[in-house]
Design a protein. Structure first.
Length: 131
C-alpha cells in the first residue's frame, strides 16, 4: 500500500508541475481556424461525419487536439506535418480490409482530401460508438 500512495503522490506532483493546458475544454473552432486549407478540408469532413453518426457527441480540445466523447472518449483528430491523423480510443477489431488503420490505438493518416473514405470512416465511427 505504501508504494501505491507514493505513486499517487508522484502523479499529483507531476500534474501540478505541468498543469493543465490553456486550451483544455476550448471549442474546436479556433483549432480549425489555424489549419492550412488542405488540412482544414479534411478536418471539416471528419468533424461533420462524427457529428452526423453520433448526434449527441461532445467535442472539445484535449491534449491540444479535438476529442469527441459521449460517456467515453470515442475519437480524435490532429493535424501533423503532411497529414491529419484520425484515431479511436476503442481497442476493438475494426473492419479494415485495406489495412489502413495502424497503431495500438487505431488511427488512419489522411494525407489528402482524396484519401477521405466517408463510407469506411462512418463504419469505423459507428463501431467505436457501439463498443
Amino acid at each position: 500500500m505504501a508504494g501505491a500512495g507514493k505513486k499517487a503522490a508522484d502523479a499529483n506532483a507531476e500534474g501540478e508541475k505541468y498543469g493543465r493546458r490553456d486550451d483544455f475544454g476550448a471549442p474546436v473552432d479556433a483549432y480549425l481556424a489555424a489549419l492550412p486549407p488542405d488540412q482544414l478540408a479534411i478536418a471539416e469532413v471528419l468533424r461533420a461525419l462524427v457529428r452526423e453518426v453520433v448526434p449527441d457527441i461532445r467535442e472539445e480540445i484535449k491534449w491540444g487536439m479535438p476529442v469527441y466523447t459521449t460517456d467515453k472518449m470515442l475519437c480524435y483528430f490532429t493535424a501533423k506535418a503532411g497529414y491529419v491523423r484520425f484515431g479511436f480510443y476503442a481497442r476493438i477489431p475494426f473492419d479494415d480490409p485495406e489495412g489502413k488503420l495502424s497503431g495500438t490505438m487505431p488511427h488512419v493518416k489522411l494525407r489528402s482530401f482524396a484519401e477521405v473514405d466517408r463510407e469506411r470512416l462512418t463504419l469505423w465511427i459507428r463501431a467505436a460508438a457501439a463498443a
